[in-house]
Design a protein around this ligand. Structure first.
Ligand code: SF4
Length: 83
């Protein structure tokens, strides 16, 4: 299904540090460590925009914006509880 994305929403990708790493780094096999990916995210200037993008587009897999899928799910639930 095509996703309607504006140019502004993707500006953070221009400075994405993960573009220099392999996809296996950010989409580790189940049970593998996400520590190194998170460290890279913490040095990435687009981290918050990346995280908001992942939350808005319900990205279910991999590390986005420094959070694993479980951590994003917890954040999503916490936000919806506050509404
Ligand atoms: S925050 Fe992490 S996943 Fe997002 S663009 Fe930066 S390095 Fe990539």
């Amino acid at each position: 299904m095509p996703i309607n994305i504006t140019t502004d929403e993707l500006t953070w990708q221009e400075t994405a540090l993960c573009a220099q790493a392999g996809p296996e780094f950010f989409f580790p096999a189940p049970g593998s460590s996400t520590r190194e990916a998170k460290q890279l995210c913490n040095a990435c200037e687009g981290r918050l925009a990346c995280l908001e993008y992942a939350l808005a587009h319900d990205e279910r897999f991999g590390v986005w914006g420094g959070l694993s899928e479980k951590e994003r799910e917890r954040m999503r639930r916490s936000r919806s509880d506050r509404r």
